[in-house]
Design a protein around this ligand. Structure first.
Ligand code: FEO
Ligand code: CA
Ligand code: CA
Ligand code: CA
Length: 592
């Protein structure tokens, strides 16, 4: 049943087979190289990495741990500023065997971890081999949990954001759990603060029921935190600093072109477990930001600015456009299926009309200082966005991860990574937008705003992929013959190549092989033809990615996370008996 089909630009490679190698496995005819790895120099004066003698001062100048988002900003002459998020630390792997006691960490362990979080900015250029290499430069910058951020937008200075260290509620030290992100049209980077809940201790001491309810809705509970940072800085102790936790869970903006700039937390974009933030420009020039809240049964959001975009990447344009993210309307999505509810039985079987599809609506939550949600002030909508969205009938999704508008066809693509609680006792049942109970493998949602205008209040949608093993009946690949596609599980990050093909990186492959990167055309006879471009080493998650016509970048996050220092499962990328190191890899076609 092979379709004739021509090779689609950008996806003309022989797919990689599923595997469990401790390597990045790429198609035949391609080459790879590490661009930068945990501990490599970022700022001038960074000492050489020595995992046995790591210090916080060294880490603060070196590439951080667990790279996730990768953004490239063109600097001309085959040179770019590369911005990378460092989502979290894995102390039990970072420190040599026997030197880290999770029950009794030392202050230096905490301070190294604070310095290993955040972001890195480095300058990169094409290497002689064909990949990318780091160029030491004045743009080299680490942003850590000690870097000062400015809080902007309608909740800046809110009573919910004031602490004893910052009575203004406008200055926060650091960013954490930065998962994915996006490059703005004006040349800055947006980055999502995701699972910030895990760093805060002693929520169980809270007696005010309203405060306890808010903490619970954000997954903040219990006594001591996993990393026990509360022993070294009371801001991590909710009993001592009840509002510090409200200062995380935002979208932050970094201006890599200005190494002295103060990064920003944008409160107008709401507070939740932000996966990422990506921008489209509306017909009339307003800026639209798409965002997912990565939790089972949480929501998809968009923000529409009040003011209009000014084209360009000058310092003036960057300042103007960044300020647009501080005033606008925050919306949450409701998806309505067009097939009878009885045809959506949770099995993943297609309804009679042949598609999981329907229409949708953007429900406004707040605009500037005006709230649209009963019982919530505007300030409360921004700081406790999840609870406000709960009130308005938004659709509970299967863990919204990265969401990105396709620059070629204008449609928007969202990764719903998985939700094994879908349809469980006492939990929401399958619906047409989340059509499988016990959704282990996730799906990809595609929508088109009315009239193709990103600012529209309505849209139409369909599922592009229902992921998993194509040999099983509960999967769907855009109508493409399933015997010709690569298996794919747990989509996380999405990106587009210059031809508008969708690329998907995965996290948590439920099919028993390593995670990887996949391409899939979204137009024409090849729509839905998923092909695996690479796999990452054992225990790792595939992040980034960046797809250009000349090379591909992926972030290999947490290689060997299933091991320990005494029983490592990965020695990637340095091999031998070396410690596994999260790293960015470039891949290019041989003989370019
Ligand atoms: Fe950090 Fe939602 O993945
Ligand atoms: Ca339908
Ligand atoms: Ca992610
Ligand atoms: Ca994920």
């Amino acid at each position: 049943s092979k379709r004739p089909g021509r090779p689609v630009p950008g996806t003309d490679f022989e797919p990689v087979a599923p595997n469990t190698a401790d390597a990045v496995v790429i198609p035949r005819g391609y080459e790879q190289d590490v661009v930068i790895r945990w501990g490599d120099a970022v700022e001038y004066g960074a000492p050489k990495f020595d995992p046995a003698k790591q210090t916080a001062a060294a880490q603060a100048k070196q590439f951080g741990y667990n790279n996730d988002f990768v953004g490239l900003i063109d600097n001309g002459h085959d040179s770019w500023l590369m911005v990378v998020n460092h989502e979290y630390t894995t102390e039990t792997q970072m420190f040599p065997a026997g030197t880290y006691d999770a029950n009794n960490p030392a202050r230096e362990h905490a301070e190294i971890a604070w310095a290993a979080h955040g972001l890195s900015v480095v300058q990169v250029r094409r290497s002689r081999k064909g990949g990318l290499e780091v160029v030491p430069s004045r743009y080299g910058r680490r942003i850590t949990l000690n870097t000062e951020f400015e809080v902007r937008g309608p909740a800046a200075g809110s009573k919910y954001l004031k602490t004893s260290a910052d009575p203004s509620g406008r200055r926060v030290f650091g960013t954490q759990n930065n998962c994915s992100g996006g490059v703005t049209p004006w040349g800055t980077v947006l980055s999502g603060e995701e699972n910030f809940n895990q760093y805060f201790a002693n929520a169980n001491t809270v007696t005010d029921p309203a405060v306890a309810q808010r903490l619970a809705r954000y997954g903040i509970s219990g006594g001591a935190s996993t990393r026990k940072w509360e022993r070294f800085d009371q801001r991590w102790d909710i009993a001592a600093e009840p509002n510090e936790v409200n200062r995380f869970g935002w979208v932050v903006e970094i201006d890599p072109n200005d190494p002295a700039s103060t990064p920003v937390k944008h409160t107008a974009l709401g507070r939740f477990k932000h996966e990422a933030a990506n921008i489209a420009i509306a017909r009339d020039g307003r800026v639209v930001v798409y965002m997912g809240d990565d939790e089972r049964f949480d929501y998809i959001y968009k923000f529409v600015s009040s003011g209009k975009y000014k084209k360009g990447t000058s310092a003036f344009a960057r300042r103007h456009n960044s300020s647009l993210l501080d005033d606008g309307t925050l919306y949450v999505a409701r998806f309505t299926g067009d097939s009878p509810a009885g045809e959506i039985d949770g099995s993943g079987k297609l309804p009679a009309d042949g598609e999981f599809d329907g229409t949708g609506q953007w429900i406004p939550l707040a605009s500037g200082n005006k709230s649209f949600v009963d019982g919530f002030s505007a300030e409360e909508v921004y700081v406790f966005t999840r609870l406000a969205a709960d009130k308005v009938g938004a659709t509970k999704m299967d863990r919204p991860e990265d969401i990105e508008p396709n620059p070629v066809n204008g449609r928007v693509y969202a990764a719903l990574t998985n939700n094994t609680n879908r349809g469980a006792a006492g939990k929401p049942a399958a619906d047409e937008a989340n059509p499988r109970t016990n959704n282990k493998n996730g799906h990809i949602l595609e929508w088109e705003e009315d009239r193709g205008d990103a600012a529209s209040p309505k849209f139409s949608w369909r599922l592009l992929l229902v992921c998993g093993d194509p040999a099983t009946a509960d999967t769907y690949f855009g109508g493409f013959p399933k015997d010709q596609v690569s298996p794919i599980s747990c989509p996380d990050n999405v990106a587009f190549d210059p031809y508008g093909n969708l690329w998907i990186s995965t996290d948590g492959n439920e099919l028993g092989s390593n995670d990887g990167l996949f391409s899939v055309p979204v137009e024409g006879p090849e729509r839905g033809h998923v092909k695996q471009f690479l796999t990452v080493p054992v225990g790792a998650e595939t992040c980034g990615p960046v797809i250009t016509s000349d090379f591909v970048l992926v972030a290999v996050q947490h290689p060997g996370e299933d091991g320990t220092p005494t029983a490592p499962t990965s020695h990637w990328p340095d091999g031998g008996t070396s410690i596994a190191r999260p790293a960015i890899v470039s891949v290019w076609k041989s003989g370019r």
